[in-house]
Design a protein around this ligand. Structure first.
Ligand code: NAP
Length: 245
């Protein structure tokens, strides 16, 4: 049996197992399985990988950055981003990759949206992957954080005035609004002083869809997109790495 997995603290929201099981079925791979493996911490990670003969695994909240010191190697993209969402196991060595950035870039380019600047909510692993993609598109961007520090971060209260009149992309790269906390939103758009018709909102959340943030933004005229296409693309790219396609 070829074993693959997703690790994270809580995985009740995840559709990754469903995606991989459908993929294995479509490829006729009855000797492959993909499990959800909740971990309260990353203690014992490598022992679990070796003991259960895991051949590759994905990484989600909140471990995309924390996992880096536990890996034997990072590919150049994961190293540049500073976050890992995919790990291959090669002769017992854990090698970190990032398929989130390429998946986000691919999905964003298919929207046809026009924007001149971007704001990325959150400063975690997914936010770093999004920023990497925006750098490739040469779109100026800032992170929005609850505890901003450095030149590239602002606080939520500053966002409305920072936006100005430019066509703008906002990316939600926080877990706020994700199942089961579906009534939460990272951004109170009622306090916004700007017209949202020239806005695009990409919420990396896919469960639920729409999120409260997407509903609020759409009702104010923004174009909105959820994270499902990105999820599928990053899983496809992960499978290419797992299977050495
Ligand atoms: P993470 O490393 O835990 O980081 C999330 C960031 O969100 C934190 O750095 C924090 O930034 C901010 N945050 C956390 N809790 C918050 C709260 N209560 N209020 C406001 N901000 C909060 O998580 P991640 O791995 O980056 O993932 C973030 C989200 O993206 C998750 O929902 C994940 O499922 C989703 N995601 C989706 C895909 C996809 O394929 N669709 C891929 C990757 C990730 P500050 O402390 O700076 O505020």
């Amino acid at each position: 049996m070829h074993r693959y997995a997703l690790i994270g603290k809580r995985l009740g929201h995840s559709w990754s197992q469903r995606w991989f099981e459908a993929k294995f079925k479509s490829l006729g791979l009855s000797d492959c399985c993909y499990q959800l493996h909740e971990m309260a911490s990353l203690d014992g990670l490598k022992q679990w990988v070796l003991h259960d003969a895991i051949q590759g695994f994905n990484v989600t909240v909140p471990y995309k950055q924390q996992i880096i010191p536990l890996l034997d190697e990072l590919d150049t993209t994961a190293s540049a981003i500073g976050a890992v969402n995919c790990v291959t196991v090669e002769d017992g060595r854990l090698v970190g990759h990032n398929t989130d950035a390429e998946a986000f870039l691919w999905s964003l380019q298919h929207t046809g949206w026009v924007f001149r600047q971007a704001f990325v909510l959150g400063t975690g692993g997914a936010a770093r992957a999004v920023a990497f993609a925006l750098r490739q598109l040469q779109v100026p961007h800032l992170f929005v954080s609850r505890t901003p520090h450095g030149n590239d971060q602002i606080g939520y209260r500053e966002l409305s005035s920072a936006i100005g009149l430019q066509p703008t992309l906002i990316v939600n790269a926080t877990p706020v609004g994700m199942y089961p906390n579906v009534d939460e939103t990272p951004l109170d758009l009622s306090s916004f002083n700007v017209h949202l018709s020239s806005f695009c909102l990409y919420d990396l959340t896919y469960n639920p869809s729409p999120t409260r943030l997407m509903r609020d933004a759409a009702s104010l005229g923004a174009s909105v997109k959820d994270g499902l296409e990105m999820l599928h693309r990053q899983a496809d790219l992960s499978w290419s790495l797992f299977s050495h396609e």
